[in-house]
Design a protein around this ligand. Structure first.
Ligand SMILES: [Zn+2]
Length: 142
């Protein structure tokens, strides 16, 4: 399938409402609009921003659109859909609690819980930190 915004060939596209028009977009471009497909992916995609804080999403979308070309490299990275179990298993293997992992990442304990329950997708920056700390792979190049 081909993304109608960037023209990239991707495995699947989402129907996304942008500026009143419905386009079929790749996961990277989907974040610029409102995803109309109500599937499990919607939940994950909603959090694919550079900040895990949802009330900043609108601001992030505006800024991202303005700096689209500049941010292209960051946008071609996707978080593994299995990130909750990857993080949980790696953490448990090390025998760390949510709190210990949170401290090492300098993040809040309940953020780790949310991530492991799949309620919150980590930012690319946080995912990189987790990858290094737990020696796992969370980011994939589209
Ligand atoms: Zn695209």
């Amino acid at each position: 399938m081909q993304c109608e915004m960037c023209g990239k060939q991707v495995q699947r596209t989402h129907r996304v409402l942008i500026d009143g028009a419905v386009l079929n977009l790749c996961p990277s471009c989907s974040r610029f609009g409102k995803i109309l497909d109500v599937k499990e992916e919607t939940k994950s995609i909603k959090y694919v921003t550079n900040t895990p804080v949802t009330h900043h999403v609108n601001k992030t979308v505006r800024e991202t659109r303005r700096h689209r070309v500049k941010k292209e490299n960051v946008e071609s990275l996707e978080i593994e859909p299995d990130y909750p179990s990857i993080i949980k298993e790696a953490r448990e293997k090390l025998g760390w609690t949510h709190e210990e992992l949170a401290n090492k990442l300098q993040e809040k304990k309940n953020l780790i819980g949310k991530i492991e329950r799949g309620e919150l997708m980590p930012s690319i920056k946080l995912a990189r930190k987790i990858e290094k700390l737990l020696n796992v792979k969370l980011l994939e190049q589209l």
